[in-house]
Design a protein around this ligand. Sequence first.
Ligand SMILES: [Zn+2]
Length: 602
Amino acid sequence: MIGRLANALSLVAVLAVPALGQTGPQLPLPAPTPYRASSGRPGHAYWQQRLDYRITATLDTATHELRGRELIRYTNNSPDALSYLWMFLEQNICSRSGITEKLDQPPLMFLGSTFDFSCKEFDGGVTLEHVRIGGQELRPAIYGTTMRIDLPRPLASGRMLDLDIAWRFTVPPYGAGRMGRDGSLYQIAQWYPRLAVYDDVRGWNHDPYIGAGEFYLEYGSFDVSLTLPSNYTVAATGTLRNPELVLTPEQRSRLAGARSATEPVPIITSVEAGKVGTPARTATWRFTADSVRDFAFAAGSQLRWDASAYGKVLIHTLYRPSAPEWEEANRMVRDALQYFSEQWYPYPYSHITSVEGPIEGMEYPMLTFDPRAPSREERQWVLAHELGHQWMPMIVGSNERLYPWMDEGFNTFIDLAGAARYFAGTAYGDSIEVHPLHLYQDHAIPGEEQPLITRPVEVKDLFWTGYQKPALMMQTCAMRCWEGSASMPRSAPTYGHGPINIQRRPISSVSCAMHRGWIWTGTGEIGCSPRPGSIRRWTLSAGLRTAKRFFCRTGAPCCCRSKWISHTGTARESESGCRWRCGIRDPNSRFGSDRPRKSVVS
Ligand SMILES: [Zn+2]
């Protein structure tokens, strides 16, 4: 569907005048090293650590206690000897006696709503039963949601060690908005002690989890065995390895049929939901995954389950009988999976599973938690948005704790085009892609607007700064962008921390821009400009603030001018034609004046 987006945008990109050779300010860049070029690209000696987790855990659905033991193999591929390790104990965000509880965090506003990153008075936290290396008991230092383990002896470069940790915690009903339980449904994430990232940029990335920032984790493998009452159905990151022990012959037969189905096949029907298995017995579900940076799961005893396929990828949607609207969810996820795979990069994992429940929208490898959502538009948006995170950050591995705009912004950009495709021919579908532009005037307030790179714990308007502003930036880039440019580099770019690099597509504005370094190190200006000179400056770096607010008269022609300055000082400018008008729906245009919808949160 890139042609659709490109064609639509070409309607307005009638004045695309590159101005190569102009000079702009030189931006300070770090000196190159063997590990990383000054542009940020990996160098010839680039390295990543590796983690291999083997976890066994049991969920007691009577007490809501999750108890587990994990063996972690940590491989030090860095050139440094490590005398200590940093780990995360994210469940400690729910500890009323922890340091996180003592922080006086300002509320995080998101499109008029306040994010609640607390556990709503629930007093939880993780209890460590033992932490061992080579049979030796260790006494880690715990700081809220982080933990430092001083090693008996430094871990030399190229060597590995095995950690043995046993732990337990009570699953909170509301786990800071990112995990929790509701009745017999459990949506479990941030649940096992895991290593922080050690990288060549910052060393240990042990910025604490205090709610607002999401995650930055090492890649590796998982082998996870989960024991629950046998009337529970479990969905998880990874491939189910023992279906013969946990699924009925009927379910296995239906799943086999779903592998060639483009329409959803009921695996557990509405009549069967809640009538599978017996609570008096337990069953152990075993999943394995490779090249992922996290593992999450959901379990419920009352779930419906639909499945279909896109190529070799199974699409699972699980939902409670109280959410019959989710009968369309499987089609929505499949459509977005196809679109993102064909547009950006083929989905590399064996399945994608979306589970309806109390979490308003969270993404984990191969698994998303999504709300019931009251309308088709919101349901499609949240399902596609959380799916879109499989590409960013799950595949590219960006640092969400520090840079939410990288995953949320790119993701919003691709979601807008995905929603326009799914709802094509409707008022919503034909106007959704202009929503970031309409948001611009309300959110880009001089003196208050923050740079894209603002950390989540400091951001005042995450909806704009982390989601819509970067999406609008990429839309303007796509308008004129380097489409068909003879100077486009032919080599594939490398982006991110992940094991899979998103390859440059022939006409891919984002990867094109990323490859050229124009987004990462440049500055840009955009104006919805009824008169010359009324332009706005993108605030990409901390030193750049909005210079001027643009006021657009209703009905005035609305043009977009963009200017990008690379780290070498080269500038490019473009200006769109005036094919839409401020604040007015043009029945002949795909751009309208609908107000933006409140959409997904994370
Ligand atoms: Zn998101």
